[in-house]
Design a protein. Sequence first.
Length: 273
Amino acid sequence: MSRLTSSLLAGLLLVIASAASAADRSIVVASTTSTQDSGLFGYLLPIFKQKTGIEVKVIAQGTGQALDTARRGDADVVFVHAKPQEEKFLAEGYGVKRYDIMYNDFVLIGPKSDPAGIKGKDIETALKMIAEKHAPFVSRGDRSGTHTAELSLWKQSGIDIAAAKGPWYREIGQGMGAALNTANAMGAYTLSDRGTWISYQNKGDLEIVVEGDKRLFNQYGVMLVNPEKYPHVKKEDGQAFVDWLISPGGQATIANYKINGQQLFFPDAGKGS
C-alpha cells in the first residue's frame, strides 16, 4: 500500500470515527411518567437536540423508580417531582446539585356524578369524605411523585390510609394514564398532575372535582447523576441538558408548551438547592 493510499485511508477512518462519535451524543434521563404522558418531552427534546446535537433517551417511571434507576448508575440525569426524595438522593451522594425547573399542580379527578359530594371542597375535606363514604378511589401505588403526594395528602387529612383502605381503595402500581383509565372504568376518584390530565384524551365521564388548594402544588426538579460515583456518566452532555433547562431559552420553551391554549408547566428555575 502506498504512503498516499495509507494517508487517505487514515483520514477516511478519522472522519468515520468523528462522525460516529458525533452521532453517539446521547444521554439517558430517568424521569417521571407525567413529563412523558403530558407530551412535554415530545415537544422539548427535539428542540434541545436541534440546538445541541444531543439526543435524550427517556426512561419514564414513577419518581421513586426513576431515582432508583439513577442510584444504579443507569441514567445520566434525573428529572422528577418529589422534593423530599430528591433531597435524600442528593444527601446520599448520588446527585451533584438539584435545580427547580418548573411547577404545576395536582388535581382531584372524579366522575361527574360526584358520588362522594366533594366538588369544590378543599382537598382535606374531600379526602375525608371519600374515606368516610368508601367512595371508589384509584391510587397509582407506584412510589411516583403523584403517589407520594397522594399519601402525604391522606396523612394531612388525618387518615391512616394503610389502615383505612378496603375494597374501595384500589392500588394499581402503574402510571398516570393507566390510573385515569381505571378511574374512568370504575367511576372512581384519583389524584392526577394537571399536565397529564390536560393531555389525557379519554376523559369520558371524568372531570376535575377539587383544584386550586395550595397543598396541591407540584414542583419538578432536575439533577446530574454524580460522575464521581459513576465515571461512565456523560457529565458534559448531561450538564448541558441541565444548563439548557434552567437557561432563559429552556425556560421559555417549557412555558411555550400548551395544549388547546392551556399552559401545562410553569418555569421557575433559579431556586437550586
